[in-house]
Design a protein around this ligand. Structure first.
Ligand SMILES: [Zn+2]
Length: 182
């Protein structure tokens, strides 16, 4: 079957036109042949850059929405498998994950830094120490099994040296701690 393109007026095979079905569902082809349709589409796009942008954006959103939904549906349908996979991934990379968890934790606790050196006491342990990050230090003590109830900051200094001096005084008075022989 042949058809005349209404743009270039050439008679071409129906396969050289884009598909268009009439009301009976028979392919009658578009009025422009494929090359003419392409050219006229490009001309339209040149004249309507905003419309093109919008339709590209819409198409992208639709696509990503589709994949998102499909992904979600798949996860719901395969929940157990996904959980197993995630768990396995965790155990396969446990060292890396553990290190990351520790790092994240430390990062959170570095919020406790204020640029000063603090001398602190753990009264329950009769322990004295100094640190530039009291929150982190307290957490470390607790995770090492020390009782941190009553954790008390005695004095703060601009330099570690000054903090160590005061800490030394406490050690001289019998308080326990790492720097007993400072
Ligand atoms: Zn044509």
């Amino acid at each position: 079957m042949k058809k005349v393109c209404s743009k270039c007026k050439q008679e071409k095979l129906l396969t050289e036109f884009r598909k268009r079905l009439n009301t009976k569902g028979v392919n009658v082809g578009t009025s422009y042949c494929k090359p003419c349709a392409k050219i006229s589409g490009e001309e339209w796009a040149k004249k309507n850059p905003e419309k093109v942008k919008l339709s590209v954006k819409k198409a992208k959103a639709k696509k990503s929405e589709y994949y998102k939904k499909q992904n979600k549906d798949w996860v719901i349908a395969n929940r157990e498998r996904v959980c197993r996979r995630e768990k396995q991934r965790y155990y396969d990379n446990i060292d890396r994950y553990r290190a990351k968890e520790r790092k994240d934790y430390r990062k959170r606790y570095y919020g406790g830094k204020d640029g000063l050196y603090h001398v602190y006491l753990l009264p329950e342990e009769h322990y004295c120490g100094q640190t530039d990050n009291p929150r982190w230090r307290k957490y470390q003590h607790a995770s090492n099994g020390k009782i941190t109830d009553g954790f008390e900051m005695v004095m703060s200094f601009k330099t570690r040296k000054d903090a160590l001096k005061l800490e030394g005084c406490f050690h001289d008075l019998g308080w326990l701690g790492k720097n007993a022989n400072y």
